[in-house]
Design a binder for this molecule. Structure first.
Ligand SMILES: NC(=O)c1ccc[n+]([C@@H]2O[C@H](COP(=O)([O-])OP(=O)(O)OC[C@H]3O[C@@H](n4cnc5c(N)ncnc54)[C@H](OP(=O)(O)O)[C@@H]3O)[C@@H](O)[C@H]2O)c1
Length: 194
């Protein structure tokens, strides 16, 4: 038990997303709209993935984005047995193997985990616990209908309220792109929280 707790402390989970003013990550057709694609945000996001030991993403995101940089991917899918090593990635089904067990196998010495979504995976790691969430926002973009960042946003909660309710605290706003514009806030676990 003590060994498991120690191992959990050695893992830092970082979420990454860019959202519209109405907290959308994808439009009604299920893809990220062009208006949410931004070069400065993309560069920041890619650097975050490069800094991670593993990248955990949903099956649709995996299929839509080939792993051109050969990063160590973990694909979340209900079709996986538990933790299955396949040719393209490791596939994980959280209903069949809890995160603590999967993480011990994936990162036995601890490490950094990047979570690029989508919604089901962002929700999953809300429960597990983010060390940080890197939330980019395009304040001039309204998507209207589509996929929101967290399922709680579908019920009217703002992304910031969802993160705050999980004990994450907002850092200063960083202007990633003054022209678009796109802003970034890093929400980090409150070290003083129980
Ligand atoms: N703007 C952004 O920052 C951002 C971020 C992320 C994604 N996106 C965009 O959003 C779209 C995809 O997002 P999405 O949310 O629709 O799909 P997704 O998360 O990429 O994939 C959804 C699939 O992942 C699996 N999954 C997710 N949560 C699971 C869980 N708890 N347990 C088991 N399996 C789980 C399921 O696969 P199975 O059906 O195999 O069970 C599910 O059908 C893409 O266009 C992507 O580019 C944008």
């Amino acid at each position: 038990m003590a060994a498991r707790l120690f191992h959990e402390l050695m893992i830092a989970i970082h979420g990454y997303a860019i959202v519209s003013v109405d907290d959308m990550i994808a439009d009604a057709s299920g893809v990220t709209p062009r208006a949410l694609m931004n070069d400065a945000d993309w560069a920041y996001f890619q650097a975050g993935l490069d800094a991670a030991d593993i990248v955990v993403l949903g099956r649709l995101g995996h299929e839509a984005n080939p792993n051109v940089r050969g990063r160590r991917r973990v694909v979340v899918s209900s079709s996986a047995g538990g933790l299955d090593a396949k040719d393209d990635a490791v596939w994980w089904n959280p209903a069949r193997m809890p995160w603590a067990q999967a993480a011990e196998r994936l990162l036995p010495s601890g490490g950094r985990v990047a979570v690029p979504g989508g919604q089901g995976v962002f929700d999953l790691f809300l429960e597990i616990g983010y060390a940080a969430f890197h939330l980019s926002r395009a304040p001039g973009v309204h998507v209207g209908a589509g996929r929101r960042l967290f399922s709680a946003c579908d019920g009217g909660q703002a992304a910031e309220a969802v993160l705050g309710a999980r004990g994450l605290v907002a850092g200063p706003e960083i202007l990633l792109d003054p022209v678009a514009p796109v802003t970034l806030r890093i929400w980090e676990r409150d070290q003083g929280a129980a």
